[in-house]
Design a protein around this ligand. Structure first.
Ligand code: PLP
Length: 341
């Protein structure tokens, strides 16, 4: 029965022509949209049933839960620029294995890896695009994994595209948890940031309670993604990145002549002690950089990955900010690094 009359529920403006949902090929069926990316990946893995999975040594530990049911999970090395060790993969990966690689900080892997993908139709490749707004190239993986809340203001969600390989009994069948958006709503209402401590704590506790489950992505997040305009958000990220690239060139991780992707943030590489100092200095000014990721799940014998985990820091440069905000961020970083401890 369709109800008519009564009070108004939350109402959103009409969909935008080029929304992020379409751009990221979000599945139209809510049963294929999960509460987070790890759940979508777990559902894909349960449907494909690979016997062997290869993961990069530089990886977010939360993703490991997606592979709990897989008999054999192995790590492969990455180099100083986080590029996959293709030589090792060529020699070690046997037919039918599933290989996951990450578009780190929004950038796709180098040509050598993409050639390897093309040369091995016997393998299944998952492109982890959780950090990628737009890699600047067509999807290279057989399946692309998304976690929209890492890039835009939605509280939940995760999906793979295409999602049609997810078996009927692996789909998202549980209702979303309304508490999932509490921290995001509190931050939204707190225009002057006076309640920062409380929404930050709420978000930390909510993130640490994220699990693999059959919970659906909320309708609100799906509808917001349909309305998020791609071009202006992408342009602002690039513009902000350029300010930091000009001001902080010596510290930039993976410098390249032209930016062909839309960046997650501006990653810098510092000595571990410098990173701690810069982080503290930024926090003192109300600027919150991210560490992707401090606690790698791979063995410490992957020395390059573990060294990078101690040295990288991601400065925010997303669409919430203007170039003048980036000048402020660059100033704090630059001043701290000029200071002798
Ligand atoms: C690259 C990458 N992929 C996947 C995930 C998992 O995303 P979610 O938290 O939505 O499960 C993360 C989490 O931080 C991530 O950083």
């Amino acid at each position: 029965m369709r109800f008519i009359g009564g009070f108004f529920g939350l109402e959103l403006a009409p969909e935008s022509a080029a929304g992020l949902a379409d751009f990221w090929q979000m599945p139209g069926d809510p049963a294929l949209c999960f509460a987070n990316a790890r759940s979508a990946l777990a559902a894909l893995v349960a449907s494909l049933r690979p016997t062997k999975v290869w993961l990069p040594a530089y990886l977010c530990s939360s993703l490991l839960a997606a592979f709990d049911a897989v008999g054999s999970v192995e790590f492969y090395p990455v180099d100083e620029s986080l590029e996959p060790d293709v030589e090792l993969l060529e020699a070690a990966v046997r037919p039918h294995a599933l290989v996951l690689a990450i578009d780190y900080f929004g950038q796709p892997p180098h040509r050598r890896f993409l050639d390897f993908v093309r040369s091995r139709p016997d393998l299944r490749f998952v492109e982890d695009a959780a950090q990628a707004f737009d890699t600047g190239i067509a999807p290279w993986g057989g399946w692309v994994l998304r976690s929209p809340r890492k890039l835009v203001g939605v509280a939940d969600g995760g999906f793979v595209s295409p999602a049609t390989d997810i078996a009927p009994d692996c789909r998202a069948c549980a209702a979303p948890d309304p508490h999932i958006r509490q921290a995001a709503l509190a931050r939204f209402e707190d225009l002057d940031g006076t309640a920062n401590d409380s929404w930050h704590a709420a978000n930390q506790s909510r993130e640490s309670s994220e699990r693999v489950s059959a919970m659906r992505m909320s309708r609100l997040s799906r509808e917001l993604l349909r309305r998020a305009p791609v071009a202006p958000l992408a342009a602002r990220r690039r513009e902000n990145f350029d300010v930091l690239a000009t001001r902080l060139a010596p510290y930039r991780f993976r410098p390249q002549a032209t930016l062909s992707h839309v960046p997650l943030g501006f990653p810098i590489r510092l000595r571990t002690d410098e990173r701690a100092r810069v982080r503290d200095a930024l926090h003192a000014q109300g600027i919150f950089p991210a560490v992707h990721w401090a606690d790698l799940p791979s063995p410490t014998s992957f020395t390059v990955a573990h060294r990078l985990a101690g040295e990288l820091l991601t400065l925010p440069c997303d669409h919430r900010y203007a170039p003048s905000d980036m000048e402020r961020v660059a100033q704090v970083v630059g001043d701290e690094l000029k200071r002798t401890p």
